[in-house]
Design a protein around this ligand. Structure first.
Ligand SMILES: Cc1cc2nc3c(=O)[nH]c(=O)nc-3n(C[C@H](O)[C@H](O)[C@H](O)COP(=O)(O)OP(=O)(O)OC[C@H]3O[C@@H](n4cnc5c(N)ncnc54)[C@H](O)[C@@H]3O)c2cc1C
Length: 400
């Protein structure tokens, strides 16, 4: 392989790492530039649906992920105000139904499994402490400039993949314009990982739990073999005018616990106790960018949140980044000598589905956050629909 054939990947998150592995499986070398100096123990829990775990299995990484994961038996839907059960949607038989498991895993454990696999792969070179600062492309290849250890370096390759997250620098260059800048959605995720032993037994059950409330919802599920419970409280600013604003998002942005306790004061005691049990809540203001129809320009393409940031209400952001990686590698395998055509085919194969999931995620959030008569109608529909029909509604996402 010459350096011209290397794929330069900017960003070593779930999307970038999975892409490096998928390209390697297709025989393509890559150089992965990650701005962080090391892959740290960051983040909280992620739910990974069968459409993603199936690809991790094909990449040979699922077994390692499963050693630290939990397989929730069902998702339990509840009303926040009084804790009433609305329904339970079975998940434990995902392997049988959708051909791969539905799992809950700590982001750090997923990243560790991906990094370990990538480090064993001779076709992948990982460069930490490497921040992409610019690129140029012509008909022969791409030259990416990055900052490493205080100096600027240049990497040449066949193509550049911008897997650099919702605030993607590559997207800023590729799409540009004020309308495409990341914008605060008015929604903030508060996240805590609690020792399971500190919580009553119902919180430790192997289930994914989703509670609905006015302009807010609550999610919790066990992590790391059940040793911890991941809790996410999603709140909209536009509730009685209470807001903490959109400070910059970063993993260790600690929020004011008192704000959150007050925000959930109208919820049932059980939910309030869960909120109060967290003493270190991390705030994660959610940013968004509009859907775009084409993710590539010549030899440069976007992937993951850089291509299709989405509200986390269908738990699909990382899953879609994983789907992107498989689609990209398949397109490259189909046109190994024509990166421009491969990137175009990749974008064409993915953009419509990602847009649909972006839009469905937003709509889902609106349903979760209803109040008054509309919330009452939602709860009636959920109860009447029954678990089987609700589960079948996930087919278009999970069976892909
Ligand atoms: C509260 C919450 C809950 C979520 N729950 C789920 C869930 O249950 N299931 C699910 O599938 N998804 C979930 N998501 C979404 C998921 O976290 C993201 O969609 C996913 O992390 C996107 O991966 P990515 O690799 O595209 O981007 P990121 O994870 O953002 O990774 C981008 C990487 O690029 C690096 N980078 C940035 N700029 C540069 C640069 N210039 N040069 C080099 N490196 C750079 C960053 O350091 C980072 O490592 C959730 C998100 C939130 C906020």
């Amino acid at each position: 392989m010459t350096s011209q054939q290397v794929f330069v990947i900017a960003g070593g998150g779930v999307g970038g790492l999975t892409t490096a592995l998928a390209l390697a499986k297709a025989g393509q070398p890559s150089l992965l530039l990650e701005r962080a100096s090391a892959f740290r123990e960051v983040g909280a829990g992620l739910q990974l649906s069968p459409n993603a775990s199936r690809i991790l299995r094909a990449l040979g990484v699922l077994d390692a992920v499963m050693t630290r994961a939990v397989v929730p038996d069902h998702v339990r839907l509840r009303r926040g105000s009084d804790g009433a059960d609305l329904t339970k949607i079975p998940l434990g038989d995902a392997e049988k139904r959708w051909g791969a498991p539905y799992i809950a895993v700590h982001r750090a454990d997923l990243l560790a499994a991906l990094v370990e696999q990538a480090r064993r792969e001779p076709l992948i070179e990982i460069s930490n402490d490497s921040t992409l600062t610019g690129y140029i492309q012509d008909e022969k290849g791409v030259a990416a400039t990055y900052r490493f250890d205080g100096e600027f370096r240049r990497a040449s390759g066949a193509a550049l993949i911008g897997a650099d997250g919702v605030r993607s620098m590559v997207r800023g260059r590729l799409i540009g314009g004020d309308a495409d800048k990341p914008a605060y959605t008015g929604h903030t995720a508060w996240r805590a990982v609690l020792p399971a032993a500190s919580l009553p037994e119902p919180f430790r059950r192997s289930a994914s739990n989703l509670w609905f409330g006015e302009r807010a919802h609550l999610v919790h599920y066990p992590l790391r073999g059940g040793a911890f419970v991941n809790v996410v409280a999603l709140v909209e600013d536009a509730w009685r005018g209470e807001s903490e604003g959109a400070d910059p998002d970063f993993w260790d942005n600690v929020g004011d616990r008192k704000f959150l306790i007050n925000r959930f004061k109208t919820w049932c005691k059980e939910a309030q106790n869960l909120i109060a049990a967290g003493d270190a809540w991390m705030r994660w203001p959610l940013f968004d960018r509009p859907p775009i129809d084409s993710w590539s320009r010549g030899r440069v393409a976007l992937l993951g949140d850089a291509a299709h940031p989405m509200l986390p209400y269908l738990a699909q952001g990382a899953a879609q980044a994983i789907e992107d990686s498989a689609a990209l590698a398949a397109s490259v395998a189909a046109s190994p000598d024509d990166p421009t055509a491969a990137l175009q085919a990749y974008s064409a194969s993915r953009a419509a589905r990602a847009r649909r999931i972006q839009e469905a995620s937003r709509a889902q959030g609106e349903i979760y956050h209803l109040s008054g008569a509309k919330a009452f109608a939602r709860d009636v529909v959920l109860r009447l629909a029954g678990p089987g029909r609700l589960r079948a509604r996930q087919n278009w996402i999970y069976a892909a």
